[in-house]
Design a protein around this ligand. Structure first.
Ligand SMILES: [Cu+2]
Length: 156
């Protein structure tokens, strides 16, 4: 009994430690459901930096595949995606990863393309070495014009 209590309190302090070490708040996460033959699948979420220091997202990891951080840029009248090394979230600000803008791009799937309803564990890696786990559900959403064009022009 005592042993169980000790274990429980240890677990609680680990959880609290994780929360304190990650002042960025992730909200509205979703992964777009794609056909099982897709080579890439986009990951979206909102990152809110409630701290007083700028923060930088430098990588996204998942056991389900490789994940790159992409930005969408206009070039020659076309919307194109390209990888970026760093996504800065200024102190007190938020950055939206959304269709037609920044997003995570998963490829090289280890267990096939994540399907609608799957909960995918994704780890956000920051420049200061902190890591933040997020479980993101794969959902089907109506394609907007922007999403369609960004998917259509994806290079990989
Ligand atoms: Cu992309």
């Amino acid at each position: 009994m005592k042993c169980k209590l000790l274990l429980a309190s240890a677990l609680v302090s680990v959880l609290i430690g994780t929360v304190q070490a990650a002042p960025l708040v992730v909200s509205e996460p979703w992964i777009r459901a794609m056909p099982s033959t897709s080579r890439v699948i986009p990951i979206f979420f909102k990152l809110h930096n409630k701290s007083v220091e700028d923060r930088a997202l430098v990588a996204i990891k998942s056991s389900r595949g490789d994940v790159a951080i992409h930005e969408t840029v206009a070039a020659d009248g076309m919307m194109k995606m390209q990888p970026i090394e760093v996504l800065t979230i200024s102190a007190g600000q938020h950055v939206m990863l959304k269709p037609g803008g920044y997003h995570g791009m998963m490829s090289h799937f280890t267990e096939g393309v994540p399907q609608e309803g799957d909960l995918v564990l994704v780890t956000l890696v920051y420049a200061n070495g902190e890591e933040q786990d997020v479980h993101i559900e794969v959902v089907r959403k109506m394609n907007t014009g922007m999403a369609m064009s960004s998917l259509a022009t994806h290079g990989s």
